[in-house]
Each structure stands twice: as C-alpha cells, then as structure tokens.
Design a protein around this ligand. Structure first.
Ligand code: GDP
Ligand code: MG
Length: 598
C-alpha cells in the first residue's frame, strides 16, 4: 500500500452526537460491510455497548474509497467513546491518526466533551474536519452551531460539513474531505521499524493481539519483532487490518493501521503505548508513547466464591490488555477475604469493568464502595496515599488530610445557571467563572472535590436541568479538608469493606442515612441484626434488622407450590451476589449504599 493513499482519522464528539452512526454510514457507503452484515452502531460490538447504547472501546475499521481524482484510498477510521471516563481511549486513538472528524449535534451544539476532545485532537496536531450532524432534526440550527464552533472552539467552521447520519446526507462529502483535507501519513519504509501499540486484546485462539500504527519500516509475516519496553521478542504469525473483523494481509508498511499476533507467551508483555521494532535491526529509540493514566477512583473486587480468586486474577490480566487504564493489586479484607484493589477512571469505567469480568469471564463479584485517593499527612512528617478507607491510620497520628479536587466544566442553557450553582455549592464547590457561549447557553467552571463528583453530582445536575447539562472534569489539585472515617458495625462487628471517608460536617447525617439504607438492603435473617454507624469509638446511629419469622414459607401451604417455588427462587436470585460477613449475609447493594443516599 502506497503511503500517499492512506488516511488515518478518528471520529470525536460529545456523547450521543452521532459518532457511531456516522461510522455506520461511512462503512455502508464504502461497501465495507454488506447490508446483511450491517446493524445500527455496528462498531459497538460488545453486548454491554449495545445494551447501554454507548461506545466503550475505540474500534478500528478500514474503508476503501475511490476519491474524486479516481484513485483508490485506504481510510482507517477509529470510532471513539465520548464519555469522560473513556478519554484515555480517545487520546490513544488520536496518536495513531493524522486527522479527526469532529461531530457536533446540530440541535445541541458544542457540549463539554466536544471541547475536551477537540483540545486533545489539537494537542496531537490533527487536521480537524467539523461535521454538523443531525441536520434532519426539526430543532437543528446549523448556523448557530457553526458560530459556536468558531466562537467557543476557535476553529474555522465556514467549510463545516452539514450531515445527517439518519438520511445519509453529507456522507460522500465527508469521505471526500477526508481524502482531500487530511494529510497522508509521513513515514519511511527503509528506516528501522517503529510501530505504536494503541490498543490490544486477548483472543482465546490467537493469544495477545496488538493494534498498531506503523510509523516507519515494514512488518511481514514471519518477521522477528521486539517490544521495546519489555525487551521481549516474538515472531509474527499473523498480521492484517480491520474490516472490522480481522483480515489477514501480507505486510503492513509505513502509515498502516492494523494488527499483529505472534508467539507471545505472556499477555502482560504487550503494553499499550509501547513501540514494536525489529528484533534484528531495532530502532535506536522508542516512540514517545503515552502519558500514563492516573486512576481517579479505587474499589475492592472480591469473588463471591473465594475459590474464584485465581480466576479473577487471570481475568483482570486479560482485561487489562484491552483496557490500559485498569490497574489492580491484591488486597485482603477482614470481611470479604482475598480480592483485588482496582483503580478506575470513574464510576462508569468501574461499572463496565465489573460487568465485563462477570460476563466475559463468568465471575460473580462483590464490589466495594469507590474511594478517591487521599493524601494523609502524618504527625511524623510522612505522607501516605490512601485509596481504601480502612487503611486510614489512627486519627491521633494524622496531622491533616488532603483530598483531590477537579476543575469541573458545566455547559447549560441560561435558565439553569441558578440550579447548577446551588448543586455545586452544596457539593462544597468553589465558583471559578462563567462564560456565555451564545445568547442562551453558558459554560460554568467550578473547583470541586472529586469525591462529591463521584457521588451523585452528575445525576443531580442532569435531573435539575431537564437533562440539558453536560459535564467534563479533570484533576486539578489537592486541598486540605476536614475528613473522618465512618465505620459500620453489623451484629457488633466492624465491617472494613463498609467504611467510608466523609466530610466532618456531613458525617453524622451520612451515618444515620447509611444505617437506615442498610436496614432496607440487608435481608431479614434468623436472628436480629443491629446495624451501627460509628466515628472512632462513638456510635452515631443504630438500626435493627428484625429476625425473620420462621413461618415465612409455612404460609404458602397447601397446593400453592408454584408460589412457594417462586419465593425460593427469588431468594436464590438474591443470593447470587451475597457474601457472608461473620454470620450476616450481606448483598452487593449494601457496599454501594453510600452512593445511594443524599
Ligand atoms: P455516539 O455516542 O456519538 O456514538 O452517538 P450514536 O451514534 O450512538 O447516536 C446517538 C443517537 O443519535 C442514536 O439514537 C442515533 O440513532 C441518533 N442519531 C445519530 N445520528 C443522527 C442523525 O443524523 N439524525 C437523527 N435524527 N438521529 C441521529
Ligand atoms: Mg458511539
């Protein structure tokens, strides 16, 4: 493949602005998949993505397109997720590209993640083609959106493409713009091989599969390659491109986007961001790679069945190959036994990983409440980073605690400014500024504790702005705060996995609410279960789960066997995600109860 005929581009946008649907139309228009093979958002191939209607993983597909000049071009499209938790997916995809389609919803205009993604694309020096999508909608206002793109982002929108992924309008224009406006990759076949690993996954038959972008040099079947970070070498057994299924090719030259599989023993050897080079004629230096990711929240993952501990480790290792932002290390809990402490980019990321572990690896897991990373400064001058509330040292040895703050950017229609301010103030936010995007929309910036964002900031924001608010945030700094550990005792025993770190001002209220919530969640058992909330040695709230009456089943006497069976089945269903803590059976929801209170 002639490098001049390659175009590599990502599709970026705020969530729901139509990235995946535009990708569908491009795939269809170029005949990459037949009508029979197509489905809506065809690149969202994970069950989880289809059920939730969101893109979680970036996906690559090669399109062949005859340009207006009559030449055939090879376009590598990378569809990306829009949610703030998956920004890392986006930034890695951008490093494999020369250009980006920036999709903006013609009715909604520029939103918080539109900005975040554009800034990333600009950092990577990409050629950006603005596309105003959904112009079929009656509420579409492309002129206003063009103006916003110019005023807010500072991009020239005079040649923005007006499109509808629904009707197919503008799709050919997009393809021509990709050929004409996005530069061909640079690269030299004669130079030593340098290929960037921008993603990877584990295939049960082929082993670790690396998604790569070749910068210089060439890879052929049988090539002896070397991973520069780990120094491991391997022979290429298969290589090719994405259509979007794997399609074998004979070679991948400069500028190509594709995959390699080989004789790699350890999945952990393939690291996203690493450079692949030739084992015989290695490049002197690796490519710049990626900025590392810093997890924002941590939680514990414990197998319901302790016999699954090794399976969980194996599953985490394989999943990590497909999710470079996931980190984990072993941890033990007095209540839950052996498990892993895992770091995530946000709650959606955490939720997705838990579900993928359960579905793809057939595990049943208990997840503990998420925690941010606190900086605990001790009286002896030492600073320790604490991501698990039960690791908080004895309060008498603590001088002060700092918690992470984020810069949160909220975009809303004018009418909701008051609502956003009220919510943010209640969440200990500090107002930083406000800008008008146009006559009826504003961008508000707050400095706010990450822990408050994690709780229910976004839900609250959405519900009090009729769904109009969009939010983006990034880690800003650490600030001192009055924080204490809130413990929960079940049946008189402290349960480490239920401890949380809370602000002193709200500690008493949170304790009462949490105890009340746990009373609703913990099922009745044969004996009475006292639930207590405590700060240090002081009990601040108490509730009781009353003992079950023995005749609960006896009631379904006589012929009503089906009702009895239903009752038993329901109990079994509930059991799936239960863990015995001491004598008490605790369901999964109990560990997340802290997220469910106001
Ligand atoms: P993504 O999150 O950016 O990938 O967005 P999706 O492609 O998943 O689309 C979000 C929603 O918008 C889906 O319900 C699509 O059917 C819808 N959608 C996408 N493009 C258009 C369009 O051009 N017109 C209309 N009316 N709806 C669209
Ligand atoms: Mg999508």
């Amino acid at each position: 493949m002639d490098t001049k005929k390659i175009r590599n581009f990502s599709i970026i946008a705020h969530i729901d602005h139509g990235k995946s649907t535009i990708a569908d139309r491009l795939i269809e228009y170029t005949g990459t998949l037949s009508k029979r093979e197509m489905s809506a958002q065809v690149l969202d191939n994970m069950d989880l993505e289809r059920e939730r209607g969101i893109t979680i993983k970036a996906q690559t597909v090669r399109l062949d397109y005859r340009g207006k000049d009559g030449e055939m071009y090879c376009l590598n499209l990378i569809d990306t997720p829009g949610h703030v938790d998956f920004t890392y997916e986006v930034s890695r995809s951008l490093a494999a590209c020369e250009g980006a389609l920036l999709i903006v919803d013609a009715a909604q205009g520029v939103e918080a993640q539109t900005l975040a993604n554009v800034y990333m694309a600009l950092e990577h020096d990409l050629e950006i083609i603005p596309v105003i999508n959904k112009i079929d909608l009656p509420s579409a206002d492309p002129d206003r959106v063009k103006q916003e793109i110019e005023d807010v982002i500072g991009l020239d929108a005079s040649d923005a493409i007006l499109a509808s992924a629904k009707t197919g309008q503008g799709i050919e224009e997009i393809l021509d713009a990709i050929v004409e406006r996005i530069p061909a990759p640079a690269g030299d076949r004669a130079k030593p091989l340098q290929a960037l690993i921008f993603d990877s996954y584990f295939d049960a038959y082929k082993g670790a599969i690396a998604h790569i972008r070749v910068m210089d040099g060439e890879i052929k079947k049988g090539s002896q390659l070397k991973l520069m970070a780990t120094g491991k070498t391997f022979e290429v057994t298969e290589l090719g491109c994405f259509r979007p299924a794997l399609m074998e090719l004979q070679s991948l030259g400069p500028g190509a986007v594709g995959y390699v599989a080989g004789s790699l023993k350890q999945v952990a050897d393939v690291r996203v961001g690493d450079t692949i080079t030739s084992a015989l004629k290695p490049a002197p230096e690796p490519l710049p790679g990626y900025r590392g990711v810093t997890p924002m929240v941590y939680c514990g993952l414990y197998p319901v069945d302790s016999a699954d501990y090794d399976n969980l480790k194996d599953a985490l290792e394989k999943l990590q190959l497909n999710d470079a932002a996931l980190v984990f290390e072993p941890e033990t809990s007095i209540a839950l036994g052996f498990g892993y402490r895992c770091g995530f980019l946000g709650l959606l990321h955490m939720d997705v990983i838990q579900e993928r572990l359960e579905r793809e690896y057939n595990l049943k897991l208990i997840t503990t409440a998420p925690s941010v990373i606190y900086h605990v400064h001790k009286t002896d001058g030492e600073m320790i980073a604490v991501d698990n509330p039960s690791d908080l040292p004895d309060p008498t040895t603590i001088q002060y605690i700092e918690e992470p703050y984020v810069k949160a950017t909220v975009i809303v229609p004018n009418d909701f400014v008051g609502a956003v301010m009220e919510i943010s103030q209640n969440k200990r936010g500090e107002f930083k500024g406000m800008d008008y995007l146009d006559v009826n929309r504003v961008m508000i910036v707050y400095h706010i504790p990450l822990s408050e964002i994690i709780y229910d900031y976004f839900d609250k924001l959405k519900s009090s702005t009729r769904g109009y608010a969009s939010l983006d945030y990034e880690l800003a700094d650490y600030q001192q705060a009055k924080l204490v550990k809130l413990d929960i005792l079940l049946n008189g025993e402290p349960v480490d996995a239920l401890s949380t770190i809370v602000h002193t001002d709200s500690a008493a209220a949170r304790g009462r609410q949490l105890a009340a919530k746990l009373k609703e969640i913990i099922p009745q058992q044969m004996f009475e279960i006292p639930i207590q909330a405590a700060i240090g040695n002081k009990i601040i709230a108490r509730e009781n789960v009353r003992a079950m009456r023995k005749d609960v089943l006896a009631k379904c006497y006589g012929g009503d066997i089906s009702r009895k069976r239903k009752l038993l089945e329901k109990q079994k269903e509930g059991k799936k995600r239960m863990k015995s803590v001491g004598r008490v059976e605790v369901p999964q929801e109990a560990f997340m109860a802290i997220l469910k209170i106001d």
